[in-house]
Design a protein around this ligand. Structure first.
Ligand code: MCA
Ligand code: AMP
Length: 497
């Protein structure tokens, strides 16, 4: 495995800082070998068994991910802020055969593990395991399954092999000139490409240092950004929005100190959702940093990037990363003329293998000659790509998370008192979009607080509707399909709750 070979070149360097402790690459290699040995027990190879893991952002997270890989398993990360119902779906869909957790999550996950009949182990102190023979892992083995929402109601498992992961990492390192002297803080969730690949694995590939913070908190992030120790930062637009709000709320003196401190970072990247020009401009005025906006997707890793050394054009996402082929096509999959909008289709070594256990969805996602259809619309303007939106109104992006309107509708329809419903994304300065639901039901029977409490058991917080409207009927076209574009206007009124 290339990431392991890379780590072996840097044994004495600091790989990870978490909980105030610095861990070397040597410790990472030893601890992950120990986890691999524990996973293997007497077996020689896990042969792509899916291992679910719920580990807080920390040294242990990487140790477990690498341990699963070194034992020949497929890593399936779970997210602690997800309700049990979401975790159950991931564990069942991926057919996980074992779950590894931090000790603190053991009691929490035990009933679910029992219900699903999956063995659960807490990782204890990791031991040295020098000299244990671990299997040789070819790069065409499956490495990871990440769950992403799409145009179906349930999230799909995106399978990447080791060679996909390696390609995704290498192209980013080259484009953004990662170096072993870099140090990055990781405040992104570790069940998505952005936090796993762009931040954690890029750092570890080059021998740099990845510092985990338990979660994104503007005050703590600012403190690290101005420490003089951090060279890089990557986040979603909502994070920059919240960092700006924090800066605006402090005293003039403190503002000067924060601005001076952050100006020395060598690169700050924004992605996962459209970066509003207002945020880009405000951030530049505060920090002197021109955010580098890039475009990516779980299925492809990163696709397009503004230039590290050259121009970074507001509202644009630049040009393809090295090795990534991009085309813009019409509905017949014919290339559109330059300057015309088209759907982005992608080919290249970083494009995923398949949706787990879902050959139909995989087939539908690719053209007959192997181009992945992203469902994103873009235009090439003045030599740089500009993202225009999605081909489907059923995809919402909130706080950088991709959300399926259909998934939320399916859950809402099970609530007593809701006869029908439709979910849309409403533009929002802070979150990009917020989830809004139009419900058909009796106003007197629907209590939003009770509904929210009920939903929280079924959906992660970022998927909860933040605005509601109650109507007698949903607007439908002649084919009986709900006209979602007109629903968005319902939330312009002051009546929405
Ligand atoms: C939270 N809140 C929200 C939302 N989320 N309100 C509206 N819309 C939302 N989506 C509210 C909560 O109700 C709460 O309000 C308050 O915000 C704090 O909630 P909390 O759960 O603590 O939020 P948070 O943890 O601060 O989350 C904000 C966040 C998070 C850190 C920006 O959304 C985040 O980590 N986003 C990154 C997602 C990501 O990594 N995406 C990459 C996938 P109250 O206080 O009133 O109760 S895309 C990808 O990987 C591709 C490849 C790519 O291109 O990168
Ligand atoms: P996910 O499926 O969670 O990996 O999210 C990928 C999606 O995020 C893409 O298909 C785009 O719709 C969106 N996205 C990522 N980066 C950008 C960006 N810079 N601008 C606009 N949308 C983006």
């Amino acid at each position: 495995m290339k990431i392991i070979e890379q780590a072996k070149k840097n044994t004495s360097r600091a790989a990870i800082i978490s909980g105030g402790v610095s861990y070397s690459y040597k410790s990472l290699l030893e601890a992950s070998a120990s986890i691999a040995t524990q996973l293997l027990k007497s077996k020689k190879d896990l042969h792509e068994k899916r291992i679910g893991f719920l580990i807080a952002p920390s040294f242990n997270y990487t140790v477990v991910q690498w341990g699963i890989w070194r034992a020949g398993g497929i890593a399936v990360p779970l997210c602690a802020s997800h309700p049990l119902a979401s975790m159950k779906y991931v564990l069942e869909d991926s057919q996980a055969e074992m779950i590894l957790v931090d000790e603190e999550y053991f009691g929490f996950l035990k009933p679910l593990a029992e219900e699903c009949g999956i063995p659960l182990s807490a990782i204890g102190p990791v031991m040295r395991s020098d000299g244990v023979a671990l299997p040789v892992i070819n790069t065409d083995r499956r490495a990871m399954i990440l769950y992403t929402s799409g145009t179906t109601s349930k999230p799909k498992g995106v399978v990447s092999c080791h060679h996909h992961v390696d390609a995704q990492i290498q192209t980013l390192i080259s484009a953004w000139e990662w170096d072993k002297n870099d140090r990055i803080i990781n405040v992104l969730p570790l069940h998505h490409v952005h936090g796993i690949i762009n931040v954690m694995l890029c750092a570890l590939w080059v021998g740099a240092c990845c510092e985990f913070l338990p979660k994104f908190e503007p005050e703590k992030v600012w403190a690290r950004l101005v420490s003089g120790e951090i060279s890089l930062f990557m986040g979603v637009p909502t994070m920059y929005y919240q960092l700006i709000k924090f800066w605006e709320a402090v005293s003039r003196e403190e503002q000067k100190m924060l601005s001076a401190g952050v100006s020395s970072l060598r690169l700050m990247v924004s992605g996962s959702a459209a970066l509003p020009e207002s945020v880009l401009n405000k951030w530049e005025s505060i920090s002197g940093q021109i955010l580098l906006e890039r475009y990516g997707m779980t299925e492809i890793g990163m696709g397009l990037t503004n230039s590290y050394r050259g121009e970074r054009r507001a509202g644009h996402v630049g040009n393809p990363f090295k090795g990534v082929e991009i085309r813009l096509v019409d509905q017949q999959l014919c290339d559109v003329p330059i300057g015309e909008p088209g759907e982005i289709i992608v080919k290249g070594p970083s494009v995923f293998k398949e949706y787990w256990n879902n050959p139909q969805a995989t087939k539908k996602a690719f053209t007959s000659d192997g181009w992945f259809k992203t469902g994103d619309m873009a235009v090439l303007s003045h030599g740089s790509y500009k993202i225009l939106g999605r081909t489907s109104v059923d995809i919402i992006k909130s706080g950088g998370y991709k959300i399926s309107a259909l998934e939320i509708e399916e859950v809402l329809r099970n609530y007593s008192g809701i006869k029908d419903c439709a979910v849309v994304g409403i533009p929002d300065e802070e979150w990009g979009e917020v989830v809004a639901a139009v419900l058909v039901g009796e106003r007197e029977e629907l209590n939003y607080d009770m509904l929210t409490t009920w939903l929280k058991e079924k959906l992660p917080s970022y998927k909860l509707p933040r605005k509601y409207q109650i109507v007698e009927d949903l607007p439908r076209n002649v084919l009986g399909k709900v006209v979602k574009t007109s629903l968005k206007n319902y939330f312009n009124t002051e009546n929405s709750s």
